[in-house]
Write a protein that binds this ligand. Structure first.
Ligand SMILES: [Ca+2]
Ligand SMILES: [Ca+2]
Ligand SMILES: [Ca+2]
Length: 259
């Protein structure tokens, strides 16, 4: 009992220490409350695939390839087992100017949507530069998004993820970088990131990847407006907290019975 409370205090202290170490913390997707963009209207039929030229507005969020101020470069990555390379959008040169003005990629190299034929339906992908051998550049492009109102946390579902290199840059409205979140090594799943301290200043993001096999797609983009309705502790900390509170409650109940 005493050691449980000691562990609880230690866990909370660690959580607080971690909160000051990084601008964002990874949280459980299911712990966030907000609006979700599911992209399903873009490709409503099973296995539909569409190419989207120009800026996209979906679910109240604007999407494009990059922000004004970001230079579009090409990253070349050897393709396993082949002489060919895969070419990817690379936005690591320059940075967004104030206001986060979205720009679309060239026609046919901007965005697209694909319906996976499952319950989650369509997902959004970026289209990269045409590979030199003419193979499909689907999923190897950058995706950038600007929110109508800055948020405290965002979650997303990764699809077609094969543990490759992936970077999620979170920006403030003035164009400054909040954090470059390294998503490398991840497979398909739901992931979420929240601002430490609860400040709601994430105004947009850029997602780039060098993931094999059709890059990556995103789905079920979740935008949480404020920390007020979201559980800040990670699921493990929260479980520990509840266990500790339960133990204290049980102890408090036992005490009068002994008298
Ligand atoms: Ca969907
Ligand atoms: Ca592109
Ligand atoms: Ca992939």
């Amino acid at each position: 009992m005493k050691s449980r409370i000691t562990h609880l205090v230690a866990a909370l202290a660690l959580a607080c220490a971690g909160a000051h170490a990084a601008p964002t913390a990874e949280v459980g997707y299911g712990a966030l409350w907000g609006t979700t963009v599911n992209f399903n209207s873009l490709a409503p039929g099973a296995f539909d695939s569409v190419v989207i030229d120009g800026l996209l507005s979906s679910g109240g969020v604007q999407f494009g390839e990059r922000f004004a101020g970001q230079e579009l470069a090409i990253a070349k990555v050897p393709r396993a087992g082949f002489a060919a390379q895969d070419w990817f959008d690379d936005l690591s040169f320059g940075g967004p100017t104030a206001g986060l003005t979205l720009l679309a990629g060239e026609a046919g190299a901007n965005l697209g949507a694909y319906h996976y034929g499952d319950a989650d339906g369509a997902a959004l992908f970026g289209i990269g530069p045409q590979n030199s051998d003419g193979s499909d550049p689907t999923g190897s492009g950058a995706i950038s998004a600007r929110f109508a109102t800055p948020v405290y946390a965002l979650g997303l579902q990764l699809r077609d993820a094969d543990a490759g290199a992936m970077l999620l840059n979170l920006y403030r409205l003035d164009g400054s970088l909040i954090e470059a979140v390294d998503l490398g090594g991840r497979n398909d799943g739901f992931y979420a990131f929240a601002r430490t301290g609860g400040v709601a200043d994430i105004a947009g993001f850029t997602l780039t990847n060098r993931d094999a096999y059709y890059g990556v797609s995103i789905d079920n983009l979740l935008l949480a407006p404020s920390a007020a309705v979201a559980a800040v502790p990670e699921p493990a900390s929260l479980a520990l907290l509840l266990t500790g509170l339960g133990a204290m409650w049980a102890a408090a109940r036992r005490r009068p019975a002994r008298r």
